[in-house]
Design a protein around this ligand. Structure first.
Ligand code: XUL
Length: 554
């Protein structure tokens, strides 16, 4: 084995075998995925591991990664805890699959929107971290605010309204930044901190997103933020990929000087700092800009062309996919973020996901197997019976309080409700993703409910698209590792296409295809406008479509 510029070469085919490390700093845990690439690939996963904050770091007292709170609307976490997690997780990797001599580059994914407030002296402190001491006590003194507000926080309605007013309204803000003002987004959070703690704000030299903070810890200096995560701040001009001066000025005093630079997602922000080299015996691997978890998942589930979207069926359901153009949702519920490919991505969130499916299951005393059986044995279109299943406040369309609506559906009709809830969810997703202007031909289904083939058949039939069950477990960390590979190859003058990067690892197995049935898709073609009319009626914006639904039955 000869060693070339710090990297080992294998004898096989004389090609370099390299490893890439991807982190995912999520709300509840820090995870890592290591991939290995021989020559030009494809990549394979050699290690996947995770550290749960509540369990591994109980002294912070977090519940599901959130610090103790009295106001249920507020949610903060601890940047010191994240630093400690990094210090604990890295040494676990070596020996478990990570071969330090092969480690070429590291990148990461992080929960979006959260913000970390550092003092003016932090840059110097980051550059001279002492490897003989743990990281956490060295990070504490760098913070001008001990805690970081995160995406679960919903305390900034007043700031959202003020910022919206200052830039000329919600449509103007969404057109420029990709989203209207959201309470969890970074800009409104910064405005609140500046008003609540002016001294703390004045002592702040740099406001990082979680992603750029973690990258800064690895590189030993302030890292830039990528457009994927910066677009979750309500502060970035989506097309220009730079901070939008008007909204930055409207958000907080002297904010422009406190924000990190925005750099392309494939930027090498530095090398693993001497702290990590000495403390963990790691090489001076390249540190690639981190991004948000949604942009990283886009890569991790292989959504590298327009027309391919992911539907994540979890507590809430989320639909996201790549867009070549930065089209914006006129209804204001969808988000447009930067994509790590240099394009854009649309994301729409539906809060009544598993929650609504479970409510129907429990109300009628059914099992998941019963649900599947009913879906397989009842006709598409539910014979013109429609359920609007807003068991909890809904994000898309915005519905502030729970409410249920039934059209031609008797309250005791169990089978009608089972088909009704799944059809309503799929039609809502089809309807409320139209703003992306993308013809959806392929869906990668992820999340707990993606195990249900009968449910995925309804998805295929409603969208008229091929559905694949995604086999990837930690799509965000995998996406980060793949991004590290992509950036390293580009840096070495061997650029790879995103198809080359994701093939055979992030793209699902063709044998798992669930194809749409032509007849069922035709039925949904007729039902979709009627479903839209039911939604409009339920929201008090249109006539009752019951009669038109009866016609569908025939
Ligand atoms: C997206 C969002 C969440 C977080 C979760 O807008 O708030 O998906 O990124 O980590």
């Amino acid at each position: 084995m000869d060693v070339v510029s710090g990297f080992s070469r294998t004898a096989t085919a004389g090609r370099t075998t390299r490893q890439y490390l991807g982190f995912d700093a999520s709300t509840q845990s820090l995870s890592a995925v290591v991939i290995e690439v021989a020559g030009d690939g494809p990549a394979r996963v050699v290690l996947e591991t995770s550290l749960n904050f509540d369990e591994a770091l109980p002294h912070y007292g977090t519940a599901h990664g959130v610090l103790p709170r009295t106001d249920p609307a507020s949610a903060a976490s601890s940047p010191v805890m994240w630093a400690e997690a990094l210090d604990l997780l890295l040494p676990r990797l070596a020996g478990a699959g990570l071969e330090p001599a092969r480690l070429a580059a590291i990148s990461g994914s992080a929960q979006q929107h959260g913000s970390v407030y550092l003092t003016g002296g932090a840059a110097a402190a980051l550059a001279r971290l002492d490897p003989s001491q743990p990281l956490a006590p060295q990070v504490g003194p760098m913070l001008s605010r001990p805690t970081a507000p995160i995406w679960l926080d919903a305390t900034t309605a007043a700031q959202c309204a003020e910022i919206t007013r200052a830039v000329g309204g919600a449509a103007a803000l969404a057109a420029r930044t990709g989203s209207r003002a959201f309470e969890r987004f970074t800009g409104p959070q910064i405005r609140k901190f500046a008003a609540d703690d002016p001294d703390g704000y004045a002592a702040t030299g740099r406001i990082h997103l979680v992603s750029s903070f973690m990258a800064s810890l690895l590189a030993g200096g302030h890292a830039p933020v990528d457009p994927g995560d910066a677009s979750g701040a309500n502060l970035m001009d989506l097309r220009e990929r730079r901070w939008w001066e008007a909204v930055v000025d409207a958000t907080a005093p002297r904010l422009a000087a406190k924000l990190p630079a925005i750099a392309p997602s494939w930027t090498i922000v530095g090398r693993l700092s001497p702290y990590w080299q000495t403390r963990q015996h790691l090489p001076a691997a390249k540190v690639v800009a981190w991004s948000g978890d949604n942009p990283c998942s886009l890569i991790g589930v292989g959504l590298v062309r327009e027309g391919r979207v992911a539907i994540s069926l979890g507590t809430s359901d989320t639909l996201f996919g790549l867009m070549r153009e930065p089209r914006v949702d006129p209804s204001g519920t969808g988000h447009v973020f930067g994509s790590p490919t240099g394009d854009y991505m649309g994301l729409t969130c539906f809060s009544n996901g598993s929650l609504a499916r479970e409510r129907i299951r429990d109300t009628f005393g059914l099992s998941w197997a019963d649900l599947s059986r009913i879906l397989s044995s009842t006709p598409p279109g539910n014979e013109g019976r429609v359920l609007i299943p807003w068991f909890a406040p809904e994000i898309t369309p915005p519905v502030p309080a729970p409410r249920l609506h039934r059209y031609r559906l008797p309250a005791d009709d169990a089978a009608g409700h089972v088909r009704g809830v799944v059809e309503a969810q799929m039609m809502a997703m089809a309807l409320h993703s139209r703003w992306m202007g993308v013809a959806i031909d392929t869906i990668h289904a992820t999340g707990g409910a993606a195990v249900n083939t009968a449910l995925l058949q309804v998805m295929a039939d409603v969208f008229g698209a091929d559905v694949y069950r995604s086999g990837v477990s930690n799509s965000a960390a995998l996406g980060a590792a793949l991004r590290a590979w992509h950036a390293d190859a580009l840096d070495e003058g061997r650029p790879l296409s995103w198809d080359e990067v994701t093939i055979g690892i992030a793209q699902p197995d063709a044998a798992r295809r669930i194809a749409p049935h032509a007849h069922a898709h035709r039925v949904y073609g007729r039902l979709l406008p009627l479903y839209a009319a039911c939604e409009a009626h339920a929201l008090g914006r249109g006539p009752d479509p019951t009669e038109a639904l009866a016609a569908l039955q025939g």
